[in-house]
Design a protein around this ligand. Structure first.
Ligand SMILES: Nc1ncnc2c1ncn2[C@@H]1O[C@H](COP(=O)(O)OP(=O)(O)OP(=O)(O)O)[C@@H](O)[C@H]1O
Length: 258
């Protein structure tokens, strides 16, 4: 299940624009890593290279290696669709299929991959919804549309959908930015639960959230205006927020810029 990520000398481009300059970092299995940094420094871009979502943008490309338990996900014989299956993603805005039932939303990926057995799909839906801390709230309305849930419930539904296919890694791009504080706490509690089984990387603008949920934190910054983003420092979250190695990290977390 949970796997280790090692990114080495990763350069990321949008056409001619060099968005991210040579990032190297590792994420241990069963841990949460938070990406923080000012707007435009490349956090989401780096996140999307971890499951080959970056290259779906026309003209976008990646140089360097991203290893999943030692296997390069950019090797020529690797199928990007399979990579996206084993490295799931949850987006900023909850994006359930609004008219599809709650149950079918959860198992959509499995049905697409050819699983037809109704009993098996029901069991997987229940397991994933329990895993996403949503089961008790929806168990009596599984046939109702996913779009009828609250924003926080929809985001947990999207997490259930992501874990239903049993990924090795969960990538979360500001998963709470569209949610109220109570729903945010529910997602943060869920992240703490999920890290027992998954490797998690989360982009967040909320530094308290990074401090609350993550084991290690990566601070990204721009080289300068119009320059690529870079990884300034990755360290234990406690260290980043108490005694970072780099002055720019300290300036950022203490609110002196960004
Ligand atoms: N689809 C795209 N096409 C061209 N350039 C892009 C695209 N997406 C992002 N960029 C550029 O890449 C750089 C990094 O953007 P990215 O969204 O990764 O930053 P970020 O740190 O996640 O920002 P934010 O915190 O505002 O979400 C920015 O200069 C951005 O304008």
């Amino acid at each position: 299940m949970a796997k280790r990520i090692d990114a080495k000398d990763v350069d990321i481009f949008y056409g001619k624009f060099h968005a991210v300059d040579k990032v190297t970092f590792s994420v241990p299995p069963r841990s949460v890593t938070a990406f923080i940094g000012p707007s435009g420094c490349g956090k989401s871009t780096v996140l999307r290279t971890l499951n080959r979502m970056h290259e779906v943008i026309p003209g976008a490309r990646v140089e360097g290696n991203v290893m999943l338990d030692g296997e390069n996900i950019y090797a020529s014989n690797v199928d990007p669709v399979q990579v996206r299956r084993t490295i799931g993603m949850v987006f900023q805005r909850p994006n359930p299929f609004p008219t599809m039932s709650i149950r079918d939303n959860v198992v959509a990926g499995l049905k697409l991959a050819g699983t037809k057995n109704k009993k098996q799909l029901d069991e997987i839906a229940e397991r994933a919804l329990r895993g996403a801390n949503l089961w008790t709230e929806v168990k009596d309305r599984l046939a109702k549309p996913g779009g009828g849930l609250s924003g926080g419930q929809q985001q947990r539904l999207c997490i259930a959908r992501a874990i239903a296919v049993q990924p090795d890694v969960l990538l979360m791009d500001e998963p709470c930015s569209a949610l109220d504080p109570i729903s945010t706490l529910a997602i943060e509690d869920l992240i703490a639960e999920l890290k027992k089984d998954y490797t998690i990387v989360i982009v967040t603008h909320n530094m308290q959230q990074a401090a609350r949920v993550s084991d290690q934190t990566a601070f990204f910054n721009l080289h300068g205006v119009g320059q690529p983003g870079r990884l300034v420092e990755l360290n234990d979250t406690e260290k980043i927020f108490s005694n970072p190695d780099e002055k720019s990290t300290e300036d950022y977390i203490s609110g002196r810029f960004g």
